[in-house]
Design a binder for this molecule. Structure first.
Ligand SMILES: C[S@@+](CC[C@H](N)C(=O)[O-])C[C@H]1O[C@@H](n2cnc3c(N)ncnc32)[C@H](O)[C@@H]1O
Length: 258
């Protein structure tokens, strides 16, 4: 698909979805006036991440003081079924980050209420829920469907085991609409995991909002923080000392709230 026909298809796909009109308006505005937001400060962000990065094993063992068993080894059957569900899905969606880190941070704070932005196949949701269900906790998720893939909505969260689903509360809108709806239900969380709008401005808007809803002692996590300088600037502005985890050639940032 060339660029013009992709823009036209995206526009017409949005027109069929009145619930996503606010996001369409924001996308048009961004594409006209704020095109650099995706990669703003990428080079400095990558350098900063590289200088601080540790492995997921070191983070789990040395920071969380927990012995590290990879997530897929703790839940081998559920993991194998999840791989099969992904293979059967006819749509291609965003991939997973470190499932072990997501699982262990929920365990570490004995999470009852966690929130995540960005679901796609649901790998991160699966990892958070694997911990939450033992305490009958809830995962609140915000996810806007892939607008160009007709069937994508049917497969959002398809890897999440059926036995976890009653502990999952999904909001299928852009974060700017989903988050206020989620906060109407609950406005204090033990864990925040950000993995949706990766632009600089999208991150800063959501980071500030989500940070204020994280309880003291809770854990904040953001994926792909080397994409631009939003996470770095957020930490520097607020004097936070984050942990940076390198996983699969990408970086995730973690802040434990004092
Ligand atoms: C990288 S994928 C999430 C992967 C998932 N966390 C995992 O680990 O398996 C990003 C998801 O965020 C969604 N998304 C992108 N922009 C969004 C926005 N502004 N609001 C809500 N969801 C958004 C995408 O449609 C996609 O489903």
């Amino acid at each position: 698909m060339n660029k013009i026909s992709e823009i036209a298809s995206t526009f017409f796909a949005y027109l069929k979805r009145p619930d996503l009109y606010p996001e369409l308006r924001r996308k048009i505005w961004k594409n006209i006036f704020n095109r650099s937001s995706g990669l703003r400060g990428k080079e400095e962000a990558e350098k900063w991440c590289g200088s601080l990065a540790i492995s997921e094993k070191d983070f789990i063992e040395k920071v969380l003081n927990t012995s590290f068993i990879p997530f897929e080894k703790i839940f081998p059957q559920e993991f194998a079924s999840a791989l099969q569900a992904q293979a059967k899905a006819p749509v291609k969606m965003g991939g997973a980050g470190s499932l072990s880190v997501i699982y262990y941070i929920n365990e570490y704070v004995s999470a009852q209420r966690s929130i995540e932005t960005g679901v796609a196949y649901g790998w991160s949701s699966f990892a958070a829920l694997a911990s939450l269900v033992h305490r009958n906790g809830t995962l609140y998720s915000s996810d806007m469907p892939y607008i160009l893939q007709n069937q994508s909505e049917d497969f959002v969260g398809c890897v999440i085991p059926a036995k976890y689903r009653s502990n999952w509360d999904l909001y299928r809108f852009a974060d700017k609409e989903s988050l206020p709806k989620i906060f109407n239900k609950t406005d204090s969380f033990d864990v925040v995991h950000y993995d949706s709008d990766k632009t600089y401005d999208g991150r800063i808007w959501a980071y500030n909002l989500l940070w204020n809803k994280l309880r003291k002692g809770g854990i904040f996590m953001s994926d792909d923080i080397g994409d631009n300088a939003a996470f770095k600037d957020f930490c520097e502005k607020n004097n936070f000392n984050p942990y940076i985890i390198e996983f699969d050639g990408k970086y995730a940032g973690i802040i434990i709230k004092d």
